[in-house]
Design a binder for this molecule. Structure first.
Ligand code: IVH
Length: 715
């Protein structure tokens, strides 16, 4: 935002009518200009407060000269609210995303997984729905009346778009029909017809505005208008397909619920089909794929959902996606271009990743210049399981290649056109040294990845680790992005994480170096120090994620933080586990405990222990801890009968499967152990229980039948 000194405006009391008229015209043009910057370009040029001041001045002048009010005045546009930020809305039940399947096999696996999880003899009935390419919306109804509408936002909190949504004809203000719950969140997709999108873009261009990239963007841009009149003028539509919180379920199947939504006054997609087998579901996918181009709206795949709602409930969620639904995506869009070069990027774990530099080409409306080439084998035409890719065709610089883009996934090179290969093109030789530090680059046994061996000397790894350390889900330090990290590293100002926090107090030379940086004045320096200071307090999960340990993403970091709660407990346990490491394995209690955290497998456990087994890592961590304070994380749910308890299962279970029991126990905050020890709180024993049962009796562990267990968790 640019701050400009402005001439003080004339006192309104001193304005003559002709001057007021000119001033009003000037103000409405200015407001309109700022509206465009804000709404169409998402790039405001003035602060909200300044914008509001402009509007208030219009109101004041119009109050003095009411006959100067015209239909064009910013005060006359329906619903133009005074404040420009949308209020935040907390979803009662989060709006989660869906897992993806890209092949028939993955769909079959999805159904088999469900069968196994629920221990079903038959194939569960599946509802197949077109996956509408729009934006999802949650509508809250109380006593049948629409009271709030919210966008998905980050899944937990969305934006309040109630006023905008009331202008969409497909969305009823009052629910009709029978069985209306006292309170419910009904959900679906806002979209725009392709024909309406084209017509709207034509109008945009004629009016000198930028056109939208696709119907999805134009639906999103049209809904998120602070001026409701603009939303009302845009042809938005809505398909209902899901719900969040609901006080009473009117039906007990997905397709029953869709019929109910239809009766309640919503539009439900007419193509939705109930399928009795995987074959039927896949046939639906193929049919819809063929009809796709002729549909009036964009779809990007098919969503399969388990029909029975009691089964949906038992299946529950794994991470951010339901186990009872999956999105089967359509094949990605492809284009042909030339491979100009291959660059090697070095990641924070030392992985050397080849990146294709392409002759720019448009694929599905997006210009693509880079594509991933994965690893050395991929370039050679060898798959991760040793199988041949592209019928063994390798990829060479100068080749004409087919690239593919699917959704937000990084574009890939999927094939090579051999007829167009230049005569002098040579097979690509994957480097055997790291391009950043010159250390040997090796492929470990059985690994497809080539790694730089210079972990502690490689500047690329150090810089990538630092970038990760300050990234959004880690320390998230304002003003310390990828670019600054690289520059500060090159300058020797930040070489290790702790340097970020000692920057301010280090010798005057460092501070001077900072201030002397181009475009980095006194204000930027003090802003940066302020942003760093804010992060001297950090939640445990963010710290764990920031360490950049292999296999520890955001989700695993949270699991660990919720298990250990406090930094000290985490550190002590990891050091104990590291001390327990032997050539034969790790028998230490700390390691077993880590391994038993639901969702944490051996690979993850080993990676954390390996990190703590390296003394230099522990030293670096301790140095960092001298500068920051780690906030504890609330340990797994405390308000359930089994929260914090350790449970084990044995024998053959008949009321639920092992997976299901484990998932339910973890959801309620219990730890599930593979064996019985004196730390076990409950052993749930099915028929034919053997040694675990005997051991539990010996140790005096509480033994429950399946029914007793169900009664306990339902309590
Ligand atoms: S069900 C718990 N059904 O796809 C999951 N989603 O990739 C509830 N979408 O955020 C979603 N059509 O915006 C569902 N028939 C459909 C859908 C659909 C489009 C979107 C939705 C969701 C995204 C997930």
């Amino acid at each position: 935002m640019v701050e400009r000194k402005q001439k003080a405006p004339t006192e309104i009391s001193a304005l003559t009518k002709p001057k007021a008229k000119i001033e009003l015209m000037r103000l409405s043009l200015e407001i309109e200009r700022h509206n465009a910057h804000y709404y169409q370009e998402d790039a405001p040029k003035i602060s909200d407060a300044d914008y509001d001041a402009l509007r208030r001045r219009v109101e004041a002048i119009e109050a003095k000269f009411p006959d100067l009010v015209t239909g064009d005045s910013p005060t006359q546009k329906v619903g133009a609210a005074p404040s420009r930020a949308f209020a935040k809305v907390q979803h009662a039940v989060p709006m989660l995303s869906l897992g993806n399947a890209f092949s028939d096999e993955e769909v079959t696996e999805f159904v088999v997984r469900i069968q196994r999880f629920l221990k079903l003899d038959e194939i569960p009935a599946i509802v197949a729905e077109p996956k509408i390419d729009g934006l999802s919306l949650s509508l809250r109804y109380e006593n049948g009346e629409l009271i709030r509408a919210a966008t998905r936002g980050d899944g937990s909190t969305g934006e309040d778009v109630t006023a905008n949504v009331r202008t969409i004809a497909d969305i009823p203000n009052t629910l009709k029909g029978k069985n209306i719950p006292a309170a419910c969140e009904l959900r679906g997709e806002v979209y725009m017809l392709k024909s309406d999108f084209l017509a709207l873009n034509k109008r945009q261009v004629e009016a000198g505005e930028d056109p939208f990239a696709n119907p999805r963007n134009s639906a999103a841009g049209s809904l998120r208008q602070k001026d409701v009149a603009i939303t009302a003028s845009r042809p938005l539509k809505f398909f209902a397909y899901a719900w969040g919180e609901i006080s009473e379920l009117p039906e007990d199947t997905q397709h029953g619920m869709l019929k109910w939504l239809d009766k309640a006054g919503f539009t439900v997609n007419p193509l939705i089909t109930l399928c009795k087998s995987v074959e039927e579901a896949l046939a639906f996918y193929r049919k819809i794929g063929e009809e796709r181009a002729g549909l009036g709206y964009d779809i990007d795949g098919v969503v399969y959902k388990v029909d029975r709602l009691d089964w949906q409930a038992r299946l529950g969620f794994a991470g951010r996606a339901p186990r009872w639904a999956i999105a089967h995506k359509f094949a990605a869009e492809q284009a042909t271009t030339i491979l100009n070069g291959i660059d090697i990027q070095v990641g924070r774990t030392g992985a050397l990743t080849p990146v294709a530099r392409l002759q720019p080409v448009t694929v599905g409306g997006v210009v693509v210049q880079n594509a991933t080439l994965h690893n050395a084998d991929y370039i050679k035409g060898i798959g991760s399981g040793g199988e041949s890719l592209r019928e063994g065709r390798d990829i060479r610089i100068g080749d004409t290649v087919i690239i593919q883009r699917a959704g937000d996934v990084i574009p890939q090179i999927v094939d090579v056109i051999l007829d167009k290969r230049p005569g002098n093109a040579k097979p690509y030789e994957f480097p055997t040294t790291c391009p950043a530090c010159g250390s040997h680059a090796v492929r470990e046994n059985g690994e497809v990845v080539t790694r730089c061996t210079g972990a502690l000397i490689c500047p690329a790894q150090a810089v990538e680790r630092l970038k990760h350390f300050v990234s959004r889900l880690a320390f998230d330090i304002d003003g310390l992005g990828d670019k600054q990290i690289q520059e500060f590293y090159d300058d020797g100002l930040i070489m290790h994480p702790v340097d970020i926090f000692t920057l301010q107090k280090r010798d005057a030379r460092a501070a001077k170096k900072l201030r002397d940086r181009e475009g980095f004045g006194e204000t930027s320096v003090s802003n940066l120090f302020g942003a760093i200071d804010i992060r001297r307090k950090i939640e445990l999960n963010r710290l764990i994620f920031a360490l950049g340990i292999r296999h520890i993403g955001e989700g695993n970091a949270k699991l660990l933080a919720r298990h250990y709660g406090r930094f000290e407990s985490f550190r002590d346990a990891m050091l104990a586990a590291a001390a327990g490491q032997t050539a034969e394995g790790n028998e230490s209690e700390a390691y077993q405990d880590l391994n038993n955290i639901g969702g944490v497998g051996e690979i993850v456990a080993d990676a954390v222990v390996e990190f703590f087994a390296e003394k230099r890592n522990v030293k670096a961590l301790d140095e960092l801890l001298a500068e920051i304070e780690v906030l504890p994380v609330e340990q797994a749910k405390r308000d359930t009968p089994i929260a914090g308890k350790t449970v084990a299962f044995t024998g053959s279970l008949t009321k639920f499967t092992r997976d299901e029991a484990k998932a339910a126990a973890e959801r309620l905050g219990a730890k599930v152990a593979g064996s019985v020890s004196k730390k076990t709180d409950y052993l749930v024993a099915g028929d034919d229980a053997g040694s675990k049962l005997a051991k539990a009796r010996d140790l005096g562990v509480n033994v429950l039948t399946e029914d007793e267990w169900l009664a306990l968790i339902e309590a």
